[in-house]
Design a protein. Structure first.
Length: 155
């Protein structure tokens, strides 16, 4: 199994940076690295407060704007230049996430399915060193996890 095959199986992972991929992976990184900023992926922007609005409304909007900017920077920093250019017009991190999911969601599901199928059908050939077989198994596991598969001891 060549490295090139896995490169073509990871359409999203090969375009987006190596540390962060898409969808739940972005969300995981944002919640781990920026726990106070990840709420912008699930909450709508607060309405613009009126002139006589209480300070807490103004502070809430400023916090949301700052957190949104941090999340967008984190996501864009992990993208290729091509994807950064395509997402310049998006105003929120949620818009970027939705667009990435729309662009790559179907390909990712297929890549994850192919990796799991390869893992399930992986058999050591007679005379093949165990190291080579284990490297193949580890590559399938890594590929499946990169594409969003939840792999644990119960799986």
């Amino acid at each position: 199994m060549s490295g090139r095959r896995f490169y073509t199986l990871r359409p999203m992972a090969s375009i987006v940076g190596p540390k962060v991929t898409y969808g739940s992976a972005y969300y995981s990184v944002l919640t781990r690295e920026f726990p106070s900023d990840s709420f912008v992926l699930t909450q709508l922007k607060p309405p613009t407060p009126t002139i006589d609005a209480p300070d807490r409304d103004i502070v809430a909007l400023e916090r949301w704007d700052n957190s949104n900017l941090s999340a967008m920077c984190c996501i864009r920093a992990s993208m290729s230049n091509v994807l950064q250019t395509q997402h310049e017009e998006h105003q929120t991190a949620r818009q970027i996430m939705d667009n990435l999911e729309e662009m790559f969601g179907e390909q990712t599901i297929q890549a994850k399915t192919d990796a799991i199928k390869g893992l399930m059908n992986c058999r050591q050939k007679v005379g093949t060193p165990i190291k080579e077989h284990m490297m193949k198994v580890m590559a399938y596991l890594s590929e499946a996890q990169t594409n969003g598969a939840e792999i644990d001891s119960a799986t």
